[in-house]
Design a binder for this molecule. Structure first.
Ligand SMILES: CC(=O)N[C@H]1[C@@H](OP(=O)(O)OP(=O)(O)OC[C@H]2O[C@@H](n3ccc(=O)[nH]c3=O)[C@H](O)[C@@H]2O)O[C@H](CO)[C@@H](O)[C@@H]1O
Length: 356
């Protein structure tokens, strides 16, 4: 039986493509297992998949800034590389597929040391640090944005587009409304601060909550530990830390979306034709990849962008209302976007890798 090791983690954005691939790989007769970290979100997300053995390895965060842990973490990464090498030697996969994140670097190196082909998928416009480090050891680097090819070795780079989970397309708006106790008489604004939640977006939204609730019902995915208990009984406002199986229904019921500009999320909104207001994670807090993601969607006419530096109560309020007023224009532009069928392309590349 053909065998594949999947890896990737840290945030849900580095796991979701794997979640999308798992059922398809199984349908095609692959034996699937996962290498992730001990405590990352990937462990929880993969535990929900039937029959996917999970092997944790030691990981360290690779930071671009000073932190005392920077002295300890290289040793953790070395330990992780040794563990990944041993696991791959034992499991003997035909191929390794990585969605990036720090945990993936030792796994890609472990594959290379064992002579196993490894495919990387990069979600963002510019490659993340983990993928940059792993690229020399990979056989193929798949990208979501065509512009990313300029940052990747010509022989390895290949444009596949964004891979969106099939189940997200099967949402039922009525189920979403029932789940949130919402009615049919007001439009729904869905707010999502990325898979970890965003304090900036949470605070700005809550500061505007009473005004917005006059015209919208609001479902707010606010991240672990960020539910505001004082607002628990507020009519027309529903908070969740993180949503699993119900997400397709919440998306189906949403008229417009306010979100961070993580690559997976924005391509999901595009697939479902949801007009979006994006507040990308600022350059101070990241390498600025979300700003590039958001600007590219703005240029294509799929999104309105509000920069974090411009975020005030007034600017947020104004941006949400103008997005809603112009929603048909955004939907029209999104209807003209070309679907890329990235999942099938990835499956083809995975099959091809073992035939070489
Ligand atoms: C802070 C950080 O490092 N952010 C990065 C991270 O974002 P983050 O992890 O937020 O990733 P994305 O926005 O790309 O994806 C989030 C995924 O989680 C899912 N989801 C989210 C909330 C929820 O309640 N339920 C749920 O299922 C979404 O449907 C989506 O599939 O990875 C992205 C992809 O590399 C990058 O673009 C982001 O810059």
């Amino acid at each position: 039986m053909k065998k594949i090791v999947l890896t990737g983690g840290g945030t849900a954005g580095h796991v979701m493509v794997n979640v999308a691939l798992i059922p398809k790989l199984k349908e095609r007769g692959w034996n699937v297992c996962y290498i992730g970290s001990h405590h990352g979100i990937e462990r929880e997300l993969i535990a929900q998949q039937n029959d996917v053995p999970y092997f944790p390895i030691s990981t360290g965060k690779l930071r671009r800034y000073f932190d005392w842990n920077n002295f300890k973490d290289p040793f953790k990464v070395m330990k992780g590389t040794w563990e990944a090498y041993r696991l791959i030697k034992r499991e003997k996969p035909d191929v390794v597929f990585s969605k990036g994140g720090f945990v993936s670097v030792p796994v890609i190196i472990g594959a290379w040391l064992n002579g196993v082909p490894a495919i990387i998928h990069e979600s963002d416009m510019t490659p993340g640090l983990a993928n940059k480090l792993a690229m020399p050891f990979a056989t193929k680097v798949c990208v979501t944005f065509p512009e990313t090819l300029q940052h990747v070795n010509k022989e390895k780079g290949i444009y596949v587009g964004a891979a969106v989970r099939d189940e997200l397309k099967q949402g039922d708006a009525d189920k979403g409304r029932t789940y949130c106790q919402f009615t049919n008489d007001k439009p729904v604004l869905l707010v999502m601060g990325g898979s970890l939640g965003s304090k900036r977006i949470n605070d700005a939204l809550r500061a505007n909550l009473q005004t917005l609730l006059a015209d919208f019902q609001i479902v707010h995915i606010c991240g672990k530990g960020n539910v505001d208990a004082q607002l628990a009984n507020q009519k027309g406002y529903k908070q969740f830390e993180y949503v699993h199986d119900e997400l397709p229904h919440l998306l189906a019921m949403a008229d417009i979306v306010l979100s961070r500009a993580g690559s997976n999320s924005i391509f999901e909104f595009l697939t479902l034709k949801k007009p979006m207001l994006l507040i990308p994670l600022s350059k101070g807090a990241s390498r600025g990849d979300q700003i590039l993601n958001a600007r590219s969607f703005e240029k294509a006419g799929y999104a309105k962008v509000l920069m974090e530096e411009e975020l005030t109560n007034n600017s947020l309020h104004y941006a949400i209302y103008t997005l809603y007023q112009n929603k048909d224009k955004y939907i029209h532009r999104m209807q003209q976007s070309e679907a890329t069928d990235a999942l099938n392309k990835l499956l083809m590349l995975i099959e091809e890798a073992i035939n070489k």
